[in-house]
Design a protein around this ligand. Sequence first.
Ligand SMILES: [Fe+2]
Length: 169
Amino acid sequence: MSVGDPTIDDDHKHLVELINTFETAISGTAIDHKRVARVLLGLVEYTGEHFAREEELQLKIRYPYHESHRRSHRDVLKKLSDIVTDYSKAPPGFARDSMVRGLANFLKEWLVDHIIQSDLRMKPYVLQMQAQKAEAMRRKREALLASQKMAGMEPDLDLEPLGKTAAPR
Ligand SMILES: [Fe+2]
């Protein structure tokens, strides 16, 4: 489920971990509300940071759907923080417990939707930018080697293998 950018991929892994922690907190016969509250707050905070990183990347790769993606990020963050507010106000008891259990499905669906439906669309643009970068690097090295040759210098051997094999990762 890689979007081609290691930072964003790591973010997604961390989001999965947070949601798994949430599931563990609600899986016992008695819900661990302390843990639930902690994970929900962490999720809101981390999601905000992740969205900011993702939006920054989208600007860099000139992602054409940047604006609508940014809007959907705002919607999701609003929804998440509303959930946390509702949860923090709910009195202990059956209603609060069933609210928390319903949340697990919402979070999983949201995450899958976010990564698979939405973020994976960035991948071709991420790969294209990486290929362009690699090509620019290759040209730069070639030009440098050519100028060294013209100046009658021994070519810098450190540059040569990279210049020939540089490929997008
Ligand atoms: Fe994402």
